[in-house]
Design a protein around this ligand. Sequence first.
Ligand SMILES: [Zn+2]
Ligand SMILES: [Zn+2]
Length: 251
Amino acid sequence: MTIAIHKSIEKKPAKQRYQFRRFLDLHWSDINCDLHMHTSRTDGKAGVSEILQLSVQQGLSCVAFTEHVRKDTKWFPEFIQEVRSEAEAYPQLQVLIGCEAKALDATGGFDVSEEILAKCDLVLGSVHRFPNYQGGYLNVSHLTPEEFAQIEFELALGLLKFAPIDVLAHPGGMYSKRHGEFPTKLMRELMEVSLERQLAIEINTSYLRNLPNFLDLCTEVNPYVSIGSDVHRLKQLANCRDQLHRLGVGV
Ligand SMILES: [Zn+2]
Ligand SMILES: [Zn+2]
């Protein structure tokens, strides 16, 4: 049996990409952002203008709209226009366009089109479902916690190694929703690979079950990190920044 390895797409040279910093080099200016937000265009509850308005009120310096997309998503150009036009009212805020797409397999299959990738300032790769490699998804209720963690790990590793992502979003997130804190050994390996690939790993305060432990690992491995609250409701905006601030990161 041959396994098709999806060709890793070269990073776009022309467009400016977001510069992530390594964990131990983080300053307040790197933390004072939210790089993972959804709007009512997909499963978020707030609109673009409400989010921008609150971002400014919260004193954020940079935000990224990272809507859920798929290969067949058609509304992306229209969404970009909406964001750009709303953002004109807030010149003090850096507003980025990104997307969040899911792993389709463990060899870099990634549910996003080239057209969308070409328009993004940053691309988040996520594990959202476990494929059964027969066109459907695994019934995860039959998996032991160990099996669950291993499958999520392999899909995340595939994103890091083969997919055209900038950020591994909510690492171990599916596991954490179901079984609690993702095994440290596997998380460390994801961080190490992200560092090798010079990709960011996300500090996602919506999924992490034990933020201090995750930050201890970040101190040890010192990966590139992305700050993301995974905003679906307005009250979540800047949560990640605020939690890091309380824990003394970047201050
Ligand atoms: Zn996600
Ligand atoms: Zn998300």
